[in-house]
Design a protein around this ligand. Structure first.
Ligand code: SAH
Ligand code: SF4
Ligand code: F3S
Length: 442
C-alpha cells in the first residue's frame, strides 16, 4: 500500500524498554495501515504518546506535553494517548484533555487497525482499555526495529506480582507468556535479517510460562542463545523471588548468554521488603547473588532501589546501604518513593519529607559511585569483546558495549575504522564510575 500523504503520524515514547519495544510494534502497525512516520508534531496529522506512569513525575510529563500542544487542536491534528497512563486514567483523559481522540492501553494494541479507522471516520472518543482479562500478547510481523544490530523480543506481558508501590499490574494487565516456538521463530527471523544481539523483555521474565509447556525460562534463554547468528542474549527484568539457579546454569553453559543480570532489590531491609510485598528476604536475595558470584564467568550485577518508602527508618535505610556494599553492584537506578493510584501502599502515610527522600537518594548515589569507581578500575589492562555501537566525532572515539553491558569507548587507527554492529577486541586503558576507555586491539 503506498502511503497516503495525508496520513502522517508522530510518536513519542516515555518509560521502560517494554514501552520502547511496544512503540516499535505500533509504528510497524501504523505503517502497514498506510501511515507515514514524521519527526515533528508540526508535520503530523496524528500525534501519539506512548506513556509511562511508574512515578508521578513520569505521568506529569505526559499531561504537560499534551498541554503544550493544545494549540494544534484548531489545526485539526488528532491526539492519541497510549500505554500505561492511558490504561490507568482511561476515559478520564478525555475530560482532562478534550482534544485527545484515542486512549489505548497496551493490552489493546492488537485492535489498533480498527481503532485507526474509527479515528479517521471522525470518532472523537475511541478507546481500547482491555483490563486484566486479556489473554493475548501483542504479536505482529510488522515490528519497526530502530536498530539493525540488536533488538527486543517480548516474551511475557503484564505482571501478577502486585508489589505494594507499583502501578504495572494495573496498567499492563495480567501475566501472559508467548510460546517458546513463537519467540524462537522471531529470534531466527531476526538472525536472518542480520541481528546479532537479542534482548528478551518482560516485567518479570522469571515468571515466564510457555503456554505449550515446552520450555522453562532458562531453557528458552539457552535456545535463543543457540540460534545460529545470535552472539548476545540479554534479558530484563528479573524478579528475585522467581530467579532460579537454572538461569546461572544456562549462562554457564551457553557463551552467548551475556554475563549481566539486572536483579532489582528495592531495599536492604526485611521490614521494608515485607511492606513492599516483594516476597523475599534480604538473605534470600543474597543467596541469589551468591549463585551469580559462583558462576564460571564474572557476572555483572545491577539493581533498582526505592528510597523513602512509607515507614523507612534511618535503620532500614542503613540496611540498604550495607547491601550495596555487600553486593558491589556495577550500576544502581535509585528512585524516590512516589505514591501511585490504585496501589496498596497508597493507603500508607507518605510521611517522609521530600528533602529527606532527596538526601537518601544522594547518599545512595554517592555510595554507589564509590563502589563503581572501584569496580571499573579492575578492568584497566583487560581485553574485552565489544559490539561497536556508534562513533563520537567530538571525542574521536568509538562507542562499544561489553557482554557485561558496560560502556567501553575506544580509539582505533584512522585507516582501520571498525564498522558499527561488528564485534572487536578492546583493551581498557582508563576507568570512570560508569564507563571504560580503551584502544582497539589490532
Ligand atoms: N518489573 C521490574 C521493574 C518495574 S519498574 C521489577 O520488578 O523490578 C522499574 C523500577 O521503578 C522498579 O524496579 C522500582 O525501583 C521503580 N518503581 C516502581 N514503582 C515505583 C514507585 N511507586 N515509586 C518509586 N519507584 C518506583
Ligand atoms: Fe511492579 Fe513488582 Fe511487577 Fe516489578 S514485579 S512490575 S515492581 S509489581
Ligand atoms: Fe512505565 Fe508502564 Fe514501563 S508504567 S516503566 S511504561 S510498564
Amino acid at each position: 500500500m503506498s502511503p497516503d500523504p495525508q496520513k502522517t503520524f508522530y510518536l513519542e515514547t516515555f518509560g521502560c524498554q517494554m514501552n520502547v519495544h511496544d512503540s516499535e510494534k505500533v509504528i510497524g502497525t501504523l505503517v502497514h495501515e498506510g501511515y507515514r512516520q514524521v519527526q515533528t508534531v508540526e508535520d503530523a496529522g496524528l500525534v501519539l504518546y506512548n506513556t509511562c506512569s511508574i512515578r508521578d513525575k513520569a505521568e506529569q510529563k505526559v499531561f504537560n506535553r499534551l498541554n503544550d500542544y493544545k494549540k494544534y487542536q484548531k489545526q485539526g491534528k488528532k491526539f492519541a494517548v497510549l500505554g500505561c497512563v492511558a490504561q490507568q486514567e482511561g476515559e478520564k483523559i478525555f475530560e482532562r484533555a478534550p482534544y485527545v481522540s484515542m486512549v489505548c492501553g497496551s493490552a489493546s494494541y492488537k485492535n489498533l487497525p480498527q481503532m485507526l479507522v474509527q479515528i479517521e471516520a471522525g470518532n472523537q472518543r475511541v478507546t481500547g482499555l482491555d483490563d486484566r482479562e486479556t489473554e493475548d500478547c501483542f504479536e505482529t510481523e510488522f515490528t519497526a526495529r530502530t536498530n539493525p544490530h540488536r533488538g527486543y523480543i517480548t516474551i511475557i506481558e503484564g505482571c501478577d506480582k502486585f508489589c505494594s508501590y507499583c502501578v504495572v499490574p494495573f496498567t499492563r494487565g495480567k501475566e501472559r507468556s508467548r510460546t517458546t516456538e513463537s519467540v524462537l521463530a522471531e529470534a531466527r527471523q531476526m538472525a536472518d535479517l542480520g541481528y546479532t544481539e537479542i534482548q528478551l523483555l518482560g516485567q518479570n521474565v522469571n515468571s515466564y510460562k510457555d503456554p505449550a509447556g515446552k520450555r522453562t525460562f532458562a531453557e528458552l534463554l539457552a535456545a535463543v542463545g543457540e540460534v545460529p547468528g545470535i552472539r548476545r542474549v540479554r534479558f530484563t527484568t528479573s524478579h528475585p523471588r522467581d530467579f532460579g539457579r537454572d538461569i546461572i546454569d544456562a549462562i554457564d553453559a551457553v557463551p552467548t548468554l551475556c554475563d549481566h543480570v539486572h536483579l532489582p532489590v528495592q531495599s536492604g531491609s526485611d521490614r521494608i521488603l515485607n511492606a513492599m510485598q516483594r516476597l523475599y528476604t534480604r538473605e534470600q536475595y543474597l543467596d541469589r547473588i551468591a549463585w551469580m558470584k559462583s558462576a564460571k564467568r564474572e557476572i555483572s550485577i545491577t539493581s533498582d532501589i526505592i528510597v523513602g518508602f512509607p515507614g523507612e527508618t534511618q535503620e532500614d535505610f542503613a540496611d540498604t546501604l550495607s547491601l550495596l556494599d555487600e553486593v558491589g553492584y556495577d550500576a544502581v537506578f535509585a528512585f524516590k518513593y512516589s505514591p501511585r493510584p490504585n496501589t496498596p501502599s497508597l493507603a500508607l502515610e507518605d510521611a517522609i519529607p521530600d528533602e529527606e527522600k532527596i538526601r537518601r537518594l544522594e547518599v545512595v548515589n554517592t555510595r554507589q559511585r564509590a563502589i563503581q569507581t572501584a569496580n571499573y578500575k579492575k578492568y584497566i589492562g583487560a581485553i574485552s569483546e565489544v559490539m561497536v555501537e556508534g562513533r563520537n566525532e567530538a571525542r574521536a572515539q568509538w562507542m562499544g558495549r561489553t557482554s557485561q553491558n558496560k560502556t567501553l569507548n575506544f580509539t582505533a587507527p584512522a585507516d582501520a575504522p571498525p564498522t558499527i554492529g561488528s564485534y572487536v577486541q578492546v583493551r581498557a586503558t582508563a576507568s570512570f564510575p560508569n564507563s571504560l576507555l580503551g584502544e582497539l586491539v589490532v
